[in-house]
Design a protein around this ligand. Structure first.
Ligand SMILES: [Zn+2]
Length: 207
């Protein structure tokens, strides 16, 4: 905080998100990059409201993702549909606790933390917080790095279906909950992508 850093935005310059070209704002027609023709803006447009909209939709869809069954395992013509949590319970009961842990982390811990952390980051920018900007930026980087792990779940269901179909002792049918869950995963990825971490630092430079 002791050194004042001049940002491109303050200097009236604008950088291209795609090819990295940085030029004075007046030199652009404010529509596209003169080099690669990508749309140019100094910050992601409507970053906060877009992130909120995506987060809110993710929260809403996360409810049916947990309430509705993600899959049904049918053995000898019988089978009960499993939600994420009942699936975890079944896995523990069958002694497959490493798999149970993986499913629990990927479908409960990661999405909930992701939604929570991102909401906090957006709120902190809206409240013009100047508290620990570096840590908040690190948090965002962690979020981007680990966010993709929630994809593991959808992957797992598809592998299970393929594996069981080979064996033909049992069949697995994907449930509607899996579609809701996939939507939540995509929405949180998009929400994280919509957030512009530079906004954290824009507030820091205000006085
Ligand atoms: Zn460009």
């Amino acid at each position: 905080m002791n050194k004042k850093i001049l940002t491109a935005a303050q200097a009236g310059w604008i950088g291209c998100h795609v090819c990295g070209l940085t030029i004075p704002k007046q030199a652009v027609d404010l529509r596209s990059c003169p080099r690669c023709q990508a749309a140019m803006h100094s910050r992601k447009p409507k970053s906060l409201s877009r992130t909120w909209a995506l987060l809110l939709t993710a929260v809403i869809l996360y409810i049916p993702a947990n309430v509705y069954p993600v899959m049904t395992v049918i053995k000898m013509g019988r089978g009960e549909p499993d939600t994420i949590l009942s699936g975890v319970k079944h896995l523990i009961e069958s002694g497959m606790w490493p798999l149970a842990l993986l499913v629990f982390v990927a479908s409960i811990v990661v999405p909930v933390m992701k939604i929570g952390v991102l909401s906090y980051l957006v709120l902190s920018v809206q409240r013009r917080s100047k508290w620990r900007a570096l840590d908040r930026t690190m948090l965002y980087r962690l979020l981007e790095a680990f966010g993709h792990w929630s994809m593991v779940d959808i992957f797992l269901v598809s592998i299970l279906i393929a594996l069981v179909d080979f064996g033909s002792i049992a069949t697995i049918k994907p449930g509607i909950g899996a579609s809701f869950f996939a939507a939540v995963v995509v929405l949180t990825l998009l929400a994280a992508h919509s957030f512009d971490p530079r906004l954290i630092w824009d507030v820091m430079d205000e006085e």
